[in-house]
Every structure is written in C-alpha cells, then in structure tokens.
Design a protein around this ligand. Structure first.
Ligand SMILES: Nc1ncnc2c1ncn2[C@@H]1O[C@H](COP(=O)(O)OP(=O)(O)OP(=O)(O)O)[C@@H](O)[C@H]1O
Length: 252
C-alpha cells in the first residue's frame, strides 16, 4: 500500500463524503517534538456515540495525536474543536472539564489506593458524570473489587477502572490508548463489549489500536496513520474486507 495510492482512496472514499455530526473535529493538525515533525496536516472527526480508531505502525504518531487532543502535547498547529468550541488555548484540565477523558496506555491507576478511592479521587467535571452506582452497575467487577488496592488488580481490571474513572468524571469523549495491549483474548473480548455498551450511552471513543481484529469488532470508522499522515479513512465494512492487507501493511 503506497502512501500515494492510499491518499487517493481517502479523497475518493465514500466515508470522506459523508456528513456526520461532530463532537470532536481535528483539522489540519501538525505536531512536532523540537525540530522533528511527527504529524502532518491530520484531519479527523468523531461523532457522539461512535467509536473511531487510529491504526498504524509503531511511531506513526497515534499517541501524539491523542495527547494533542487532550492538550498534553502542545507543540502543534491546526485547529481542534469539541462541541463546536475551540480547544487550542485550553489546558488539559479545561479540556477534561469540557468532557474529554484521557485513558493512557499505562492506565494511570494509583496502586496504593483502593478501586473506590481511584474512582472517587478525580473531581466530577461535567454534568454528564456517571454516579458511583451507575459505574458499579456497569462494571460489576469493580464493585466486587472496590476495597482492593490498585496493585491487586489484573490488567483487564485496571483497564476497566481507568475507563470507569473518566466516565465518573463526566467524560463524553474517551481517548483510549491501546486498551487491548497485554490482555488475554477473553479479557480483550470483555473490553470490546464494554466499549460497544458505552456507545449506547452516547459516549464517543477515539481509540488507538494496533490490534486490527479487535478494532474491527468495536469501531464504526478507522483512520490509518503512516509517518504522521492519514493515509486511509475507512468505514468498518471496508476495514474488515481489507483486514488481511492491513495486517500485512502493519507488519502483523
Ligand atoms: N517525547 C518525545 N520526544 C521526541 N520524539 C518523540 C517523543 N515521543 C514520541 N516521539 C516520536 O514521535 C513519533 C510518533 O510517536 P507516537 O508515540 O505518537 O507514535 P505511535 O503511533 O503512538 O507509536 P507507538 O505505538 O510506538 O507509541 C515517533 O517517531 C516517536 O519516536
């Protein structure tokens, strides 16, 4: 898949032509680390209740894109809007208050705190915040483990806790960085079910994922990143149809 042909299919693809309601809109985003440009003119969008993935090889720029949306990476150009409001000058805290929830790849669980304390520590930042009861109803395993310290949780439980924590804060857009990484297949399947259920609550998800099979079970659309550029934009049916090609391209 050469970058040239791929770019052509972006502009001619049916997905690009669709009109979608946009919760998050990233337009013409470029990002640098010092002199090194790692994102070039990236434009993506995510609608409420939809899951959109960023797929690409290591170093393609996926995490930098998520961090730029959260305001954790600031050496950028381009526009970022959330619910129609410009995010550019807002701090990560202000973006969280607007309803963007960051779930890092290391999950960021406080190991010395219990599950309940991890859930209750961050402030509720938005009126759409899930109550603790709703969180426990949705994630029964967190209720069972509510008095366990973070250190005693499995990787899958930590991932659920990290997602639950931002839902309790009131996030309406979850930024998930490789949620399936390092988890057993059966747990990955459960995380997939949770992501699909979250959609039903109107929550949007922007998901960085290298696991193409997993991505195809949860997502509505996919952006393929290569060397900091969007080289493909595919609906999930096209993504599934081209799964073999994409796996080869990703070196999997
Ligand atoms: N703190 C940093 N300083 C300098 N360069 C960085 C830094 N973080 C990432 N990079 C570089 O930016 C590019 C994009 O990295 P990024 O982590 O966004 O990619 P990725 O697609 O998420 O890959 P991975 O899955 O390996 O994290 C890579 O070339 C990486 O080496």
């Amino acid at each position: 898949m050469s970058e040239q042909t791929s770019t052509a299919s972006v502009t001619s693809g049916s997905v690009a032509a669709q009109t979608r309601s946009r919760m998050l809109e990233v337009a013409g985003l470029s990002a640098w680390y010092g002199e090194a440009r790692v994102l070039t003119d990236v434009s993506i969008d995510v609608a409420p209740g939809k899951v959109v993935t960023l797929v690409g090889r290591n170093g393609a720029g996926k995490t930098t894109l998520l961090r730029s949306v959260m305001g954790l990476h600031r050496q950028t150009e381009g526009t970022l809007t959330f619910d129609g409001a410009d995010l550019a000058r807002r701090s990560p805290d202000a973006r969280a208050r607007a309803g963007i929830g960051w779930v890092p790849d290391d999950r960021g669980i406080y190991s010395s705190l219990t599950v309940a304390e991890n859930l209750l520590l961050p402030p509720v930042v938005h009126a759409d915040a899930w109550s603790l009861e709703k969180v426990y109803e949705f994630f029964p395993v967190l209720h069972e483990r509510r008095d366990f310290p973070g250190t005693k949780l499995s990787g899958g439980e930590q991932q659920m806790l990290a997602m639950a924590r931002v839902l309790r804060m009131g996030s309406r857009l979850l930024l998930l960085d490789e949620p399936s990484e390092g988890l057993a297949p059966v747990i990955v399947q459960r995380i997939g079910e949770i992501i699909r259920e979250i959609k039903g609550h109107g929550v949007a998800v922007l998901l960085v994922e290298q696991n193409v099979k997993f991505a195809s079970t949860v997502a509505d659309r996919h952006y393929l990143l290569a060397q900091g550029k969007v080289v493909e934009h595919l609906g999930n049916d096209d993504f599934r149809a081209r799964e073999g090609e994409l796996l080869t391209y990703l070196g999997m």
